[in-house]
Ligand binder design. Structure first.
Ligand code: SF4
Ligand code: SF4
Length: 220
């Protein structure tokens, strides 16, 4: 789940500048769940843009605009409105925004209406989003009892706590559990405390050289 938050209408209007005919693209997955790019938010955005003199050529909510086939499908379904648009406004994460850019044959300007924050898990209430993975490319969960120190420790420490952990809480934010206390307790429950003796080397950040790519199978 990619967590997004809405940009202000002022920021969006500034980005759009004089462009007037806009096609709005939402997201049926993450941005709908985050209440930033579902049908309700698109209808609200449409009304705000129209109140500011813009024309909405149309709108669509691909299930996941970060997937080319989904974006192309919705462009085809809404061909007339898409053809009429001068620009796109994407209410989704930066992946969705760039996918729209890469899948628009006419290479029109694409503006983004959300800030992309982090990858999260969503709790059972449907309202709590918690960062649990930074996609570091070298997962250490097997050595940390399934609890990620990269995201859950404010300092991303790999080999135990800093000196500031106090009564199970983090010195950076006392409302949050110290990740290394959680890891220690979980390893203890699993009778695996010995694994703390294996000092982990510094992370190999060559594994996150950007932009990262994976091509499955033969591209042709
Ligand atoms: S160590 Fe943490 S950030 Fe890295 S891949 Fe595993 S869960 Fe993700
Ligand atoms: S108190 Fe714990 S979670 Fe906070 S920075 Fe130190 S080791 Fe990390």
């Amino acid at each position: 789940m990619i967590v997004t938050k809405k940009k202000s209408i002022e920021e969006i209007l500034k980005a759009l500048g004089p462009a007037s005919k806009i096609f709005i693209v939402g997201c049926g997955e993450c941005a709908t769940t985050c209440k930033t790019g579902g049908e309700k938010e698109i209808i609200e955005m449409k009304a705000m843009l129209e109140a500011n003199g813009k024309t909405i050529a149309g709108w669509a909510i691909p299930k996941a605009p970060c997937i080319a086939s989904q974006t192309k499908l919705h462009f085809a379904k809404n061909k007339k409105a898409v053809d009429e648009a001068e620009v796109f406004l994407v209410l989704a994460c930066g992946l969705g925004g760039q996918s729209v850019l890469e899948n628009d044959r006419n290479k029109r300007p694409v503006y983004i209406g959300c800030d992309t924050m982090f990858g999260s898990i969503l709790d059972a209430t449907g309202y709590g989003f918690f960062e649990r993975c930074a996609m570091c490319g070298e997962c250490v969960l097997n050595a940390t009892a399934g609890i990620c120190p990269v995201t859950r420790c404010a300092k991303g420490l790999l080999n135990g706590p800093c000196g500031g952990s106090n009564k199970g809480k983090c010195e950076v934010d006392k409302n949050k559990d110290c990740a290394w206390v959680l890891i220690y307790n979980r390893l203890k429950d699993l009778n695996k405390l010995d694994s703390l003796k294996n000092v982990k080397p510094a992370k190999d950040y060559s594994k996150v050289n950007r932009p990262r790519e994976v091509i499955l199978g033969n591209k042709s």
